[in-house]
Design a binder for this molecule. Structure first.
Ligand code: ADP
Ligand code: MG
Length: 618
């Protein structure tokens, strides 16, 4: 007899079935896809063995689209049909695009900018999706499996529009985005820093056209970006340009054609990359003498490179200043970007931070590798040997304001994200048709002591008795930390929604202070909560009693009516004072005083109902 196997909790019932998830570095110059195979993250090469896929898309005849190296080859002949550095346009407007120094014609399409080529007018999202599609295809060919999803990296400074554009591009490419991950965080993960010493880490990323410096704070296995700095017009390309300028000065040449210029730039790049491993290089430019050979020594190059490297370090200093940190606070430095292969860059970064930067992993692959590790984790492939865990958590509790200015916590602090929680609320008044929702963040019981995140209203609630409506409020924090709050009235289905970024504009110091206060004021808050709750109860009792008197006062004699009114007054006075016990007594007294009245009203409504009339009819 075959026995049915039962898996241990937390273990996959089918041990050999792994879900394939990849990490994608969608770069300005180069893009890559990586995956964890046999417990190791590795970059997936394409059929030609290329690991870096040029972030270039060529639009030839209608429907002819080439991506990567094949696109770059067309750049010489069709410079404006070969789109490069498209990442710079993600989430940007037409006006933004026109201010950039890019060789393309732009147009507005919908609410996005679009690039006009001879055969196609394409939005940056579309172009990016074509690169992503190419990477997805490559991954599926290599891994021979369907992808469950991908982690895609974005610069830490990307705003919501730029992140959304990246998500849209992935969706267009048919990729399920497990999450967007900040590039510096991905690099830190690739080095396994999250299991290391807590503290501040610097990520120095010098790519083809951009320089980014990020400061990360690691605590309890979670990275947080505490400052970003950089220069969107400083990258390997600028070093190439410096070589060309110097070369032209030395050869004293007249102005060049743009094609000649491009040839020289390509030769300069080749020379510069070769100089990372050689002391002296000699590169054929493909041009006529005296421009035919570009000869340069490493020393000559470093003289040209020095001012550019200094510019990057000035950015690093500014980021440190912004975060109120010093070089000595930095626990480790991670090198990212192909251009950090230049020895002068490594040397100067070492001198600046007073410590050797991490360079063991390929700097142009490290972001994709970290993304692959994260993707593997999110896809649920945690092996016993990957006992590291990178979790993002909500640093502070998230909740709603309820009557009396009190906070009802929906998502507790330190919940791992993504997370969703729902709770039901109801109306306070009879016939209430709208609900004001106030989303707050913090650990205190009183709304006034918490941080206000958003306010919105749910309208169109069908009129019902107080407490009869059922309004389900759902809090959802996605993997990027974006909070969406949805309120839905259950009988009619009316819905209202709001989305906010709870971490926006919140510093470490503020979080720490808020946590400290929650402990310091715990007793005080508990008392305040009791008082507020009793006040709400008292206020509500007064309101319902007055409404009842208005309707059925004829059931009472003078004496009874006076007594109830006296208790209302007594309770009113206590409402304005801060004595919970006295207030509680007054609430009880009014409730007692109205007991008989309530019974008489009940009788009346039963009698009316039996007579076939509703209360409203009299
Ligand atoms: P991005 O993040 O902008 O997509 P990459 O990280 O791929 O870019 O970096 C591209 C840059 O790295 C190019 O300027 C390229 O010349 C440079 N690069 C690549 N290899 C080397 C090398 N061996 N020496 C110097 N620079 C290099
Ligand atoms: Mg990069």
């Amino acid at each position: 007899m075959a026995l049915l196997q039962i898996a241990e909790p937390g273990q996959s019932p089918v041990p050999h079935q792994r879900k394939v998830a990849v990490g994608i570095d969608l770069g300005t110059t180069n893009s890559l896809v990586a995956a964890v195979r046999h417990s190791v993250a590795e970059v997936l090469p394409d059929a030609q063995g290329q690991r870096l896929i040029a972030s270039a898309v060529f639009y030839g005849a209608p429907d002819e689209v080439r991506v990567g190296h094949a696109a770059l080859q067309m750049q010489g002949q069709y410079p404006t049909d070969t789109l490069v550095s498209i990442k710079r346009l993600m989430g940007k407007s037409l006006a933004d695009a026109n201010e950039m120094d890019m060789p393309y014609a732009f147009e507005q399409v919908g609410n996005s900018v679009a690039v006009v080529t001879r055969h196609a007018t394409v939005t940056p999202v579309k172009v990016a999706s074509q690169i992503l599609f190419h990477l997805r295809d490559l991954a599926q060919q290599t891994l021979g499996d369907d992808l469950v999803g991908a982690v895609i990296t974005v610069p830490a400074y990307f705003d919501d529009a730029q992140r959304q554009a990246t998500r849209d591009a992935a969706r267009l490419a048919g990729i399920n985005v497990l999450r967007l991950l900040n590039e510096p965080t991905a690099a830190a993960i690739a080095y396994g820093l999250e299991t290391g010493v807590e503290g501040i880490y610097a990520v120095y990323d010098l790519g083809g056209g951009t320089f980014d410096l990020s400061l990360l704070r690691l605590s309890q296995g979670v990275f947080e970006v505490i400052a970003t700095g950089g220069d969107t017009a400083l990258g390997g390309d600028d070093f190439d340009q410096a070589i060309v300028d110097d070369f032209l000065q030395r050869t004293a040449q007249a102005p060049l054609s743009s094609s000649q210029h491009r040839h020289l730039l390509m030769a300069a790049r080749q020379a510069r990359e070769a100089l990372s491993d050689n002391e002296q290089v000699d590169v054929a430019t493909g041009l006529q003498a005296p421009l035919d050979r570009l000869q340069i020594s490493r020393h000559q190059f470093e003289v040209l490179a020095q001012p550019l490297v200094q510019r990057s370090l000035a950015c690093a200093q500014r980021a440190l200043d912004d975060a109120d940190k010093q070089v000595s606070d930095v626990q480790g430095v991670v090198m990212v970007g192909g251009a950090t292969r230049m020895p002068i860059v490594q040397r100067c970064v070492d001198e600046f931070f007073g410590r050797s930067p991490l360079v063991d992993l390929n700097p142009d692959e490290v972001v994709a590798l970290g993304a692959a590790l994260q993707a593997n984790l999110l896809a649920g492939n945690r092996g016993s040997d990957d006992d590291w865990l990178l979790l993002d958590v909500t640093p502070l509790s998230l909740g709603l304001e309820t009557m009396g200015g009190l906070v009802e916590t929906i998502i507790d602090r330190n919940s791992t994200i993504p997370v969703a929680r729902a709770q039901e609320f109801t109306t306070y008044r009879d016939g209430q048709t709208a609900l004001a929702l106030h989303v707050v963040q913090g650990e205190r019981d009183l709304v006034s002591e918490c941080r206000s995140l958003a306010r919105f209203e749910l309208r169109g609630i069908p009129p019902m008795a107080a407490g009869a409506a059922r309004i389900r409020v759902t809090f959802q924090v996605d993997a990027d930390g974006l909070l969406s709050v949805t309120a839905q009235e259950q009988s009619s289905g009316v819905t209202a929604q709001v989305a906010v970024k709870p971490s926006h504009g919140l510093t470490d110091e503020q979080i720490t202070a808020m946590l400290k206060d929650s402990v310091a004021f715990a007793d005080e808050d508990a008392l305040a909560r009791m008082l507020r709750e009793e006040q709400v109860k008292g206020q509500q009792l007064i309101e319902t009693t007055i409404a009842a008197l208005e309707r059925d006062a004829d059931l009472l004699d003078q004496e009874q009516r006076k007594s109830i009114e006296a208790q209302i007054e007594a309770l009113r006075t206590k409402l304005g004072q801060d004595d919970v016990d006295q207030l509680r007594l007054a609430v009880k007294a009014l409730a007692n005083a109205t007991d008989d009245f309530a019974a008489m009203r009940m009788d009346r409504s039963i009698r009316l109902a039996l007579a076939g009339k509703s209360l409203d009819e009299i």
